[in-house]
Design a protein around this ligand. Structure first.
Ligand code: ATP
Ligand code: MG
Length: 637
């Protein structure tokens, strides 16, 4: 049975969200607490800049913590689980309230004021969440930098945000090993043009830490002096910036996204209801990291604003064994989970028996975002979990919450594997042809764009650079302020969207334009392929040729040159069969690891550069350098 989007209730909600923005977003604003109600829902007098809830005052920390004290003081707010240090700690809303006030008092004692920036460079520990919420509480702008970024990347982010305080820790842990942070903090401070005046350090007792006199402050000591601290929430204007966050750097140098306060709070509150369909009191488990937008929105702010319980997990999906996530789901009765296709593909390489060791009946839905979710992987994980509902949702650091998704809190609609379903209310989606800029028809490829104003919660600007904001995001279509996502998509006859990949990931083979994702999806259909990346490589004859780098489930098959040749042939035949010979890769190289950003995204531009003998460019967000070495080796470079 197939449904058509036009016949759904969602289509009506979506239409109203655009035709009656004031009415729609005025209603959504009632899901949060305001100190003063907004005077104007939207000010769009200076396009493409949108100002939401002008004149309203509120506070993210008040909405995430204080307002729940009345009804849920003793409910679990935050469950911290580390399979790295074998710790597990539960904080009720009352306890979270107390810890955040302690942190806020420490920050104030170190001179942090409203509007100041605070850089948070921390592992996945509860104190990181206290720090972020404390910033929101006193009106400081947080800039979270993913833990473990090297010193030069950290220094660059220090210089961009010029924080007065940095909050860090002695070390993170990964796969049972310490990842020391403190020497990176010191190095970054000496590299930065304007280092922070103070560094607050949480000592986990994992790595040696020498404190710099006059600059460094020990958190435990400072906390002990602030046990009974009471720090009220600052009344922030809805349009005041709440944070800066950098994009993943998949396509180049990361951009510093600036987010507002009121619009973000409303957008998240609404998304928890309408998209994630998670109720107050239920348990939300998001496996991302606080260093990424998914962590900001759905480890911290979204679930807490909603009065749910959030799980903060430090560890890998495979340790102590590949059943760890499902054991957490069972133990804490998780109703809603959020992870990434990359993680799903990691699990796909394991024995499927791990997926069913635990009773995961409580898990209503598993949301996946961040990269294209290919149909074979989506099907696999859905079946492996005994039919749990898998929901693909598409969004960006820039938007802060989904652009395309099913919205089961509004209406349960049938999902299609490989599709993030429909436009989310508030986004005026336009699929435009890349050269004529006309809107494309059903099943035609277009650039996924949105007509501004972007809805509440989306980026206000690029931090410190309004010009870059307009130039980067609103200049893809000449003479028009149309927001571009830089992703290609199609819409099928039923109104379902499919993301085809990034606009710079298209391969032009003898005049035929092929999406890397299409070819990757075809290769995924080969049963021994766990993961694959396809890039376009310059070819004198054809313009470009696809080249594939694949990770096999059973690598022994390709252990000998003959075996590898046979497997390569089999994969090429799969592509011939799935798409046609035109898409057949010139080569399929086998590796055990693909180069990815630290947020788990394939760095196709790096593979492409190496395959063409060029310099791979900005590699500061690369997760594991040995992956690039493997690519070089495979290429014989
Ligand atoms: P940069 O902008 O610095 O190059 P990035 O785009 O990877 O890095 P993010 O904001 O973390 O930074 O990622 C957003 C991008 O991730 C989207 O533009 C899209 O390309 C991809 N993406 C996210 N969710 C999905 C999804 N469900 N399906 C397909 N692609 C997705
Ligand atoms: Mg991007």
């Amino acid at each position: 049975m197939s449904i058509n989007y036009n016949d759904t209730k969602l289509a009506g909600v979506h239409a109203r969200s655009l035709s009656d923005k004031e009415g729609f977003w005025g209603e959504q604003a009632q899901h949060i607490d305001w100190f003063e109600q907004p005077k104007q829902v939207l000010d769009f007098s200076n396009p493409p800049f949108a100002r939401w809830y002008v004149g309203g005052s509120t506070n993210l920390c008040h909405n995430a913590v204080d307002r729940h004290l009345k009804d849920r003081a003793n409910q679990k707010a935050l469950v911290y689980i580390s399979t790295e240090t074998n710790e597990e700690k539960v904080y009720s809303y009352a306890e979270l309230h107390q810890e955040v006030q302690r942190m806020a008092a420490i920050m104030q004692s170190l001179g942090v004021k409203r509007g100041d920036r605070v850089l948070v460079y921390m592992p996945m520990i509860a104190e990181a969440i206290f720090a972020i919420l404390a910033c929101a509480r006193i009106g400081a702008i947080h800039s979270v930098v993913f833990g473990g970024f090297a010193a030069p990347s950290l220094a660059a982010r220090i210089d961009d945000a010029t924080p007065v305080l940095m909050i860090s820790s002695d070390a993170g842990m990964r796969n049972g090993k310490e990842v020391p942070y403190k020497h990176l903090v010191d190095e970054a401070c000496s590299l930065a043009a304007k280092p922070p005046k103070h560094v607050l350090l949480v000592n986990r007792g994992l790595a040696k830490m020498d404190l710099v006199a006059g600059r460094d402050v020990d958190y435990a000591q400072a906390r002990a002096q602030n046990m009974n601290a009471q720090v009220p929430c600052e009344k922030m204007q809805a349009t005041d910036p709440s944070y800066i966050l950098y994009t993943s750097g998949t396509t180049g140098k990361p951009k510093g996204v600036q987010r507002d306060t009121g619009g973000y709070a409303v957008a998240l509150a609404a998304s928890m209801k309408h998209i994630y369909d998670c109720k107050p009191g239920e348990v939300f488990f998001c496996t991302s990291d606080i260093g990424w937008v998914v962590g900001h929105s759905y480890i911290i702010y979204g679930p807490l604003i909603n009065g749910s319980t959030t799980i903060v997990y430090e560890g890998l999906p495979l340790r102590p064994d590949p059943a760890i996530w499902w054991s957490i789901v069972e133990r804490y009765q998780v109703s809603t989970m959020f992870s990434s296709p990359t993680a799903a593909r990691v699990l796909k390489k394991q024995d499927p028996a791990y997926m069913t060791q635990h009773n995961t009946k409580c898990l209503r839905r598993l949301f996946l975002a961040g990269e294209p979710l290919d149909e074979p992987t989506a099907k696999w994980i859905s079946e492996a979990l005994g039919g749990a509902r898998i929901i693909d949702n598409y969004w960006q650091t820039e938007t802060g919450w989904p652009i395309l998704s099913a919205q089961h809190g509004l209406e349960v609609t049938e999902t299609k594997f490989g599709s993030p379903s429909f436009p989310v209310y508030g986004y005026d989606i336009r699929l435009v042809h890349e050269s004529t800029f006309e809107e494309v028809g059903a099943n035609e490829k277009g650039m996924l764009c949105a007509m501004p104003p972007l809805p509440p919660g989306c980026l206000q600007t690029v931090w410190g650079d309004d010009e870059r904001f307009v130039k980067t995001y609103f200049s893809a279509v000449p003479g028009q302020h149309l927001y571009s996502t830089f992703d290609y998509a199609t819409r099928d006859d039923d109104g379902y969207y499919f993301i085809l990949g990034r606009t710079d990931d298209v391969i032009n083979v003898a005049g035929h334009r092929l999406g890397t994702r299409e070819i990757e999806e075809a290769i995924q259909a080969h049963k021994n392929v766990a993961e694959v990346a396809v890039v376009g490589v310059a070819d004198t004859l054809k313009g470009q040729m696809p080249m594939a780098f694949a990770v096999l489930k059973d690598a022994s098959v390709a252990a000998t040159p003959e075996g590898a040749k046979a497997e390569e042939k089999a994969i090429m035949a799969t592509v011939d069969h799935e798409i046609g010979a035109i898409a057949r890769p010139s080569r399929v190289h086998f590796v055990t690891l693909l180069p990815k950003t630290r947020s788990g995204k394939l760095l196709r531009r790096a593979m492409q550069a190496l395959a063409e003998g060029r310099d791979p460019g900005d590699m500061t967000t690369l997760e594991d350098p040995s992956a690039l070495e493997q690519i070089k080796k495979a290429l014989g470079a």
